[in-house]
Design a protein around this ligand. Structure first.
Ligand code: HEM
Length: 510
């Protein structure tokens, strides 16, 4: 080899190495995108082509959809009203209008869910068989077993307990919050400051747990809280995708995560089994005893039982905290709305239980309005139709997951008028319930509506009623003009405000 050709070879190899290092990721992403668009497009080549963001290493666009949903909902509008994103190698079709939602939901009884919601093996280990991811007869069977304590009438029977526990919790906020975070500061003799997220996470969670386990001792609550922390520590792997999508690669890549997963699964089994034994010995017929009985009778598998309990508690802790933090922050930050709420609370103090259950109150409208403008997830969890779906010529193949852009329904929708982003609970006053069906997404749609919606509503409303009755509530930090800070430490973007609470000694307590 001559010196010249050797130099040429070195130049070419060096160029490839340098180019690979500099552009390797882009080349990889473009190649994978092209491959997936050709061989796993999710749409039929007989119809109109679909566009959407490019596949990104290593998970497609799924992380972006969960953690940065609000910004992406805006950014991805450039792809039209129906577009495609990716969860790992799986195409997911996003619809953004009430008309398309109505058309998609028209046969929702026959919809299914893709295995592990397209999130891979690690999520499947925790939630693969939970009710929310089942379909067909399996879903019907499991929903029938789990739903009795959560029906409207069953939760109305729990309101008294929820109401008095909330009143007590709120009354003791100063000593309670001082004990679990250092920055629950006294600003004067009557006022103190609390961060909304930590103050309203554990208590509503334990109230939800009470509807499953019945009254719990302090030790049982502490144990549940410890297991919950172990479970929440697994969320990054569950959402992280990459190697965690497959059993082999997860085990090869991160044995520590696998050890944590196994430990949690054993602890979760032990906790529930212990709770059942104690309640059985006392002859109590709480929901957990009935669920466990169905498992022993062969009506539920152990995975269905433990995964669904995980869904009810561990998944929903982030959902519920999200909803409560926005409910409180938005009311606290709108003087007129806050005043109207206080007046309504005073007017209803002799019938507080009935007031909490009512759906035609300012309180209820505040609850719905906060969920409308601050949904816990911008893109829905998604489901698949069993037939081809024709969205304006884009033919989505059966069993392809379809997601709804909730902001497209709840905000960027002519139904809500010009000021659709403003927090204005009164807008619900003149709207018929039936008109909300495809124009509002808060507790889901079709037959898969949230099983915990009544319980969640009663708990959230009871907390808000007592908070605003007992204190003058102001948003101290966490707002910058019209924008609010969000807590991005987990998968739902909670309101990250701090509240100044001042005892309302002058107002007669309920
Ligand atoms: C205010 C708080 C809550 C909101 C906004 C909410 C919202 C939702 C939504 C939108 C869905 C449909 C998910 C999908 O697209 O598949 C859903 C499903 C579900 N939710 Fe909730 N949820 C809340 C609280 C709760 C609580 C506290 C529980 C437990 C007691 C719960 C249990 C469930 C279950 C089991 C499902 C699956 C239903 C099925 O597939 O049949 N939720 N929820």
């Amino acid at each position: 080899m001559s010196v010249l050709s050797y130099l040429l070879l070195v130049l070419v190899l060096g160029g490839l190495y340098y180019g690979g290092r500099k552009y390797g990721l882009r080349i990889l992403e473009s190649t994978v995108s092209l491959y997936l668009e050709t061989f796993n497009s999710g749409v039929s080549s007989q119809g109109r082509p679909i566009s959407g963001p490019k596949w990104e290493f290593p998970n497609g666009t799924v992380i972006e959809r969960f953690l940065n949903g609000r910004a992406n909902s805006e950014k991805w509008r450039q792809y039209g009203s129906v577009y495609r994103i990716w969860s790992g190698p799986h195409p997911e079709i996003v619809i953004t209008t009430p008309e398309d939602l109505k058309y998609f939901a028209s046969d929702s009884n026959n919809h299914s869910k893709p295995p592990n919601s397209n999130m891979g093996w690690f999520l499947g280990e925790l939630l693969g068989k939970c009710m929310g991811l089942l379909a067909g007869q399996d879903w019907k069977r499991v929903r029938q077993i789990f739903s009795p304590p959560f029906t409207h009438s069953a939760t109305v029977n729990q309101i008294e307990v929820i109401e008095s526990a909330s009143k007590e919790y709120v009354a003791k906020l100063r000593p309670i919050t001082k004990s679990f975070h250092a920055n629950a500061t006294d600003t004067s003799g009557h006022s103190f400051t609390v961060p909304v997220v930590t103050t309203f996470t554990k208590f509503p969670y334990l109230l939800t747990a009470r509807s499953i386990y019945g009254p719990m001792t302090e030790q049982e609550e502490q144990k549940l809280w410890t297991v919950t922390q172990e479970r929440l520590a697994l969320n990054p792997f569950m959402f992280g995708g990459g190697p965690y999508r497959f059993e082999r690669s997860a085990k090869g890549f991160d044995s520590a995560a696998i050890r944590k997963l196994r430990y949690y699964k054993q602890e979760w089994y032990n906790f529930n089994s212990d709770m059942v034994q104690v309640r059985r010995r006392r002859g109590e017929k709480t929901a957990i005893v009935s669920y466990w009985g169905d498992y022993e009778a062969g009506n539920l598998t152990l995975e269905e039982l433990l995964h669904t309990l995980d869904e009810l508690l561990m998944v929903n802790i982030d959902v519920f905290t999200h909803v409560i933090t926005w409910f409180i922050t938005l009311v606290a930050d709108h003087e007129e709305i806050k005043r109207e709420l206080r007046d309504e609370i005073v007017a209803n103090k002799d019938n507080i239980l009935g007031y909490l259950a009512q759906g035609d109150t300012h309180l209820h409208r505040c609850f719905y309005e906060s969920m409308r403008i601050r949904p816990f997830t911008i893109f829905t969890i998604g489901e698949c139709a069993s037939t081809v779906k024709d969205f304006h010529g884009i033919l989505v193949k059966p069993n392809t997951q379809v997601l709804v852009d909730v902001l497209g329904i709840n905000i960027r929708n002519a139904f809500w008028g010009a000021n659709s982003e403003a927090f204005n609970p009164s807008r619900f006053k003149n709207i018929k319930q039936s008109d909300l069906r495809y124009n509002l997404h808060v507790f889901g749609f079709g037959s898969r509506k949230c099983m915990g919606q009544y319980l969640a509503g009663h708990i959230a409303k009871a907390m808000v009623v007592h908070l605003f009755d007992q204190y003058e509530v102001e948003v101290l930090n966490g707002r910058d003009g019209n924008n609010y800070d969000t807590d991005t430490s987990s998968w739902t973007p909670k309101a990250d405000s701090s509240l100044q609470l001042t005892r309302r000694e002058m107002v007669e307590s309920i």
